[in-house]
Design a protein around this ligand. Sequence first.
Ligand code: AMP
Ligand code: MG
Length: 297
Amino acid sequence: MKREALALEVTSVVLGASRDFLAKEGFIELLPVILAPVTDPLRTTPEWATIFAYGRPWYLTRSMIFHKQAAVRVYPKIFCFSPNVRLEPPERAQTGRHLFEFVQLDLEVRGATREEVMELGERLFLYILAEVRKECGKALEAWGREVPEYSRPFLRIPWHKARQELGEDFEAELSRQSKTPIWLVDFPIDQREFYDREDPEQPGILRDMDLLYPEGFGEALSGGEREYQLERIKARILRQGLSLDSYRPLLALAEDGLSPSAGFGIGIERLVGFICGFPHVAQVRLFPRVPGEEALL
Ligand code: AMP
Ligand code: MG
C-alpha cells in the first residue's frame, strides 16, 4: 500500500473510532465553525488570518474554545472535528509538527474537573489505538510500525518539577525519554492563554494539562478547566495585556452566565503521524498546508 493510502486509512479509522467512543460516552457532535468575530488569542502565533465581509473582519478560527464554552450551556458533552487556521511562522515547517491548517478533535464537558477529562482522554486514546490495531495493524506492520500498547493511568508530572529536573527543553526531553504517553500538569499562569482556569488552591498555577507522546513525538493535546466567571475572565484578559473590547462577545456570554467546564483539543494530524511513525505531520494529509511552502492543490 502507498504511504499516502495508509495515512488516509488510519485517519479514517481514527475519526470513526473517536466518534464511536464519544457517542457511547454521551457526547454529541457539533458542526465546525470556520469564521468568527472572536477566536483563540494564542500568543505564540502572532499572525491572524482574517477575511473582510459585510463591513467587518472575520477571523478564521484558531480553535473553537469560546464556541465550546458557549455550546456546553446548551448541551453538557460536545465535540467537534474543528479545522483550525494558524499562521505559524515559516521556521515551524521544520518541527515536523506544524501545519497552518490542521484539524483538532475538540471536546468540552459541562461541570467536569480536569481529572475527569484526563481520564476520558486516556480512555479515548487507548480506544483509538485498539481500533487502529484491529483495522490497520497489518498494513502498518508492512511499513515497519507496530501500533503501541499502553496501560492507564499515564504518569503525571507537574510543569515546575519537569522544568527543574530536565531544564529549559523539558517538554521535548520528556517526550524523547518517555516510553509511554505522559501528562504535564499545573502550568504557570503566564505560560497559557487567559481561558485556562487558575487553581483557587494554588494561585498562579492553572488547572490544565498537556499530554505528550512518547518517542519524541511531542505534544498530543492541551486542555484544562476554564475560567467562566465574568470578573475572573476580565482580570485574566487584562493581565495578559489584551483589550477587553476584543473579547466583547465572550464577555457578553459570561455576563449572561457561563457554566464551569473542562475539555481538551487533540490534533488529528499529530495523532495519525504518531500512530504511523511519520517524521512530519504533512505526510498525514493529502493536501498539507506547510508554513511557508507552496501547495499543489
Ligand atoms: P493547542 O490548543 O494550541 O494546544 O492545540 C491543540 C492541539 O492541536 C495540540 O495539542 C496539537 O496536537 C494540535 N496542534 C496545534 N497546533 C498545530 C499545528 N500548527 N499543526 C498541527 N497540529 C497542531
Ligand atoms: Mg498546546
